[in-house]
Design a protein around this ligand. Structure first.
Ligand SMILES: [Zn+2]
Length: 244
């Protein structure tokens, strides 16, 4: 019997913002989550976005073009209960804020990350009411794991301990790497990249960046999606369009 493989990848734009970076320059940023559809119709969501009750800190640039994960699912004809699995890349507030809308799904998270967040690391407190809902079922994984044929989580600590990226192999496009926040901007995808505030040690960040660069070379990956790169985002296909 042949196994169901990944068929479609949707990129959900949750919001954009223009971040001033000094000298009158603007860095376009994006917040996103993703949906993979398998041949047998299973839906795998990757992250869920900022919670609806999120209070933007004073001085933070306004979010524009907002559309939450539920609205994106509805646009392509899906309800929350149609989602079979949610890959939580990490529990930062902009990635896990709608987890509680998916009690029917199985959640996938790295064990080290889950244990750190559960132990009460304040970094993951903002979205905790949404990700630490007793109705949610978490499966804890360790390292690089093929969850379904052609759908991998890739352990990519650095941005946070136990952060994970996602590799999905599509029939036409081939392998696509969703780097998530292991590398938030395309221009940081080099082994020399510095650790950003709140990230791990320079060595850890460099080791993960090298691991991902090696993966791209080994698997001949042509499509690489960075976590928050508003400039690259303009060049990508967004839902309701999809990669197949
Ligand atoms: Zn993020």
């Amino acid at each position: 019997m042949t196994q169901s493989t990944a068929q479609r990848l949707y990129l959900f734009q949750l919001s954009t913002s223009d971040v001033p970076i000094g000298g009158g320059r603007i860095l376009p940023m994006v917040a996103a989550c993703y949906l993979v559809q398998m041949e047998d119709g299973k839906n795998i969501l990757i992250d869920t976005g900022l919670p609806a009750d999120y209070q933007r800190p004073a001085g933070m640039p306004a979010a524009e073009n907002q559309m939450n994960v539920l609205e994106h699912l509805a646009e392509i004809g899906l309800k929350p209960d149609d989602v079979n699995m949610v890959i939580t890349t990490h529990f930062d507030v902009d990635h896990a804020g709608y987890n509680d809308y998916f009690p029917k799904a199985e959640f996938i998270v790295q064990r080290s990350h889950y244990e750190l967040a559960k132990a009460g690391d304040p970094r993951f407190a903002a979205a905790r009411p949404h990700w630490d809902d007793p109705a949610l079922k978490y499966r804890l994984v360790e390292g690089d794991v093929e969850l379904l044929p052609g759908l991998w989580v890739i352990e990519s600590s650095g941005h946070a301990p136990g952060h994970q990226s996602v590799l999905v192999v599509l029939p036409e496009t081939g392998p696509v790497l969703l780097v998530i926040d292991a590398v938030i901007l395309q221009r940081l995808f080099t082994v020399e990249r510095p650790a950003l505030p709140d990230e791990g040690s320079a060595d850890e960040v460099r080791a993960t960046t090298r691991k991902l660069l090696d993966l791209v070379e080994r698997e001949h990956i042509q499509v690489i999606v960075f976590g928050h790169d508003g400039e690259q985002w303009k060049t990508l296909k967004k839902s309701p369009e999809f990669y197949d």
